[in-house]
Design a protein around this ligand. Structure first.
Ligand code: FAD
Length: 477
């Protein structure tokens, strides 16, 4: 078998690449080991987690309506129906992908592929049998993604210790759940289980949740999670885990020394590792760094002239939208266009309640790099929309280049921050100055106004806040 372009992996990176290549007239084959297209994102990542977070959000909002004089009864949760609805969401989208592949005449082969050399793959059928025919290609786009990293000491061979995939399976609602790792996956899944009724404890090795995010953005989230979670233990290490049959005994170690606690289930969410070690990459010229990421240039080319790489396997940040954009660059390069991955902002969103989102340079990063920036903040307590929603804990901040007044970064914590950040991405990517934001009329009353309002704070001209900063002359010069 031969295909001009083979896309290895059918996740958001892989299917985006394959569909675009087909749209540009290339002959394309996707090789995906799973029966359905969609990859981690669709089958056991972004989409199922957001479907469950939607359930958690509605439960939470219904409970908070008591403050408005509207009291609902305690929700009755039918976990089988919740799981079935989540599966329906996944099926809807994977069926859609299958249809789109068919209409574009993209050949989809279900098989596990292993490189034999730089231009051919051995295929293993789902039953484990090696297919008699190999698949050769002119170019391969490697999009094989990543998997949860579970240290050997935590691999207890019991369903009580789960990775994110196990947690999304929603086997039951455990009475107590330990989440190991205070990153976005741990906090999102912890939020789901907490709203469904589990007593959730989060342990994080470092001294703060969501390492990498600005602390002032994390603060309102942490304050809220401290109410919905049983406990958040920072600076705490999981030293050992033991399966007791009816529970997991976990040794937690902090500055006060070790102590043991029992949990019904444990979710280990301490990071992900690229799948580059599982596809015979050593039989090609592709180079891999010490963390296992495939080394690529700005055109997504690897050290092997026949192979490009995109998505999680090609490096951080391991996010679906980064994979999809890299897919487009890789295909444009194969199409002979001078495309490069050259983005000022790859947004990050934590879909907790409140959400946290940021794009471009963070204030923390600027400080670390010794870069001089101005920071303008608009607290949502001054936003009419936030007050009317009862969600005044939010904050919108701009990180600004003092000389040019260009927007370098935007950070938002608050309800719907994940949607609001898109304006920040556009502002950074288009090289907007603060005045471009303040001069654009934002609809009232919306939370989107807080982005322009933060710009007004920069000029000392925010209507709802009195905080002189720049003179009016400077603002209008
Ligand atoms: P993947 O989606 O990992 O797809 C790779 C595919 O390759 C898989 O289907 C795999 O079966 C296949 N494959 C691997 N090896 C072989 C082989 N040898 N032969 C054949 N097929 C192979 N990202 C976001 O942007 N937003 C979110 O909200 C978000 N939430 C997440 C929540 C969770 C719980 C998790 C786990 C991840 C989340 N992510 C999120 C990350 C996102 O899922 C990944 O960044 C994205 O899926 C990466 O896409 P990809 O195409 O690189 O790889």
């Amino acid at each position: 078998m031969h295909s001009s372009v083979v896309v290895l992996g059918g996740g958001p990176g892989g299917y985006t690449a394959a569909f675009m290549a087909a749209d540009l007239g290339m002959e394309v084959t996707i090789v995906e080991q799973e029966p359905r297209l969609g990859g981690v994102c669709l089958l056991r990542g972004c989409i199922p987690s957001k479907a469950l977070l939607h359930v958690a959000k509605v439960i939470n909002e219904a409970r908070e309506m008591t403050d408005w004089g509207v009291t609902y009864t305690q929700p009755a949760i039918n976990i089988d129906a919740v799981r079935a609805r989540k599966e329906k969401v996944i099926k809807n989208l994977t069926d859609g992908l299958r249809g789109l592949a068919k209409r574009r005449k993209v050949n989809v082969i279900q098989a596990k592929a292993t490189f034999l050399n730089s231009t051919s793959l051995q295929l293993q059928a789902p039953d484990g049998a090696v297919m008699p025919e190999t698949l050769s290609f002119d170019h391969c786009i490697l999009a094989i993604g990543s998997r949860p990293a579970i240290p050997q000491a935590f691999a207890l061979n019991t369903s009580r210790v789960m990775d994110s995939t196990g947690a999304l399976d929603l086997a039951d609602i455990p009475k107590s759940l330990l989440v190991v790792g205070g990153g976005y996956i741990g906090l999102e899944m912890g939020s789901v289980y907490a709203e469904l009724g589990s007593q959730v404890t989060v342990v994080e090795l470092t001294d703060g949740l969501l390492p990498g995010a600005d602390r002032d953005l994390v603060k309102p989230l942490q304050a809220r999670l401290e109410k919905s979670f049983h406990a958040i233990r920072l600076g705490t290490k999981v030293a050992a885990m033991k399966d007791l049959g009816d529970a997991v005994e976990v040794t937690l170690e902090d500055a006060n020394g070790p102590r043991q606690e029992r949990f019904d289930r444990v979710l280990v969410s301490i990071g992900r590792r690229p799948n580059s070690d599982r596809c015979g990459i050593e039989n090609t010229q592709v180079m891999v760094d010490k963390r296992g990421f495939v080394t690529v240039d700005k055109q997504q080319r690897t050290a092997d002239e026949h192979i490009l790489a995109i998505g999680d396997v090609a490096g951080e940040p391991m996010l679906a939208h980064k994979a999809m954009h890299e897919a487009k660059v890789a295909v444009e390069v194969l199409h002979g266009e001078p495309a490069v991955f050259d983005k000022r902002a790859i947004p990050a969103v934590v879909f907790t309640d409140p959400e946290i989102a940021w794009a471009g340079i963070t204030e923390t990063q600027a400080k670390r790099e010794g870069r001089q920036v101005d920071v303008a903040m608009y607290p949502w307590g001054a936003s009419g929309r936030a007050v009317s929603l009862g969600r005044t804990e939010g904050l919108t901040k701009l990180v600004i280049d003092p000389a040019s007044e260009r927007i370098l970064g935007v950070g938002i914590v608050g309800a719907g921050a994940g949607e609001l950040i898109a304006e920040g991405v556009l502002a950074i990517e288009m090289g907007c100055c603060v005045r471009d934001l303040t001069e654009s009329i934002h609809p009232h009353p919306t939370l989107s106004e807080t982005v322009a309002n933060a710009g007004e704070v920069f000029f000392g001209l925010a209507t709802e806040i009195y905080k002189p900063k720049r003179t009016h002359a400077a603002a209008s010069s």
